[in-house]
Write a protein of this length. Structure first.
Length: 95
């Protein structure tokens, strides 16, 4: 499901117009991104926790050329799915 489909489903379920749902969804996504950028963990109860993690600089050797290579420090988002959501997915048949 993409953003447009999600917006239509939420709009129909809540009986709120599509434009309002689009603004709210975009605002939620931007708030999550901005919070993570500032290093603030985001917790959505009964769904997931989002945190920024750092992978330190790593040195390795290219086996083909023997050249030493350095991978720079890397930031990524870690998503931990809540236990309640995981348990519900275990009992759900996905089609």
């Amino acid at each position: 499901m993409n953003n447009t489909e999600l917006i239509k489903v939420v709009s129909k379920a809540t009986k709120v117009d599509v434009d309002t749902v689009r603004v709210v969804l975009n605002s939620i996504i931007e708030t999550i991104k901005n919070s993570l950028w500032k290093g603030i963990e985001v917790r959505v109860q009964n769904f997931a926790n989002f945190t920024i993690r750092t992978r330190p600089e790593k040195k390795w050797r290219n086996p083909k050329t023997g050249e030493d290579v350095s991978l720079p420090k890397f930031y990524y988002v870690k998503v931990n799915i809540s236990k309640l959501f995981r348990d519900k997915m275990k009992t759900k048949t996905v089609y």
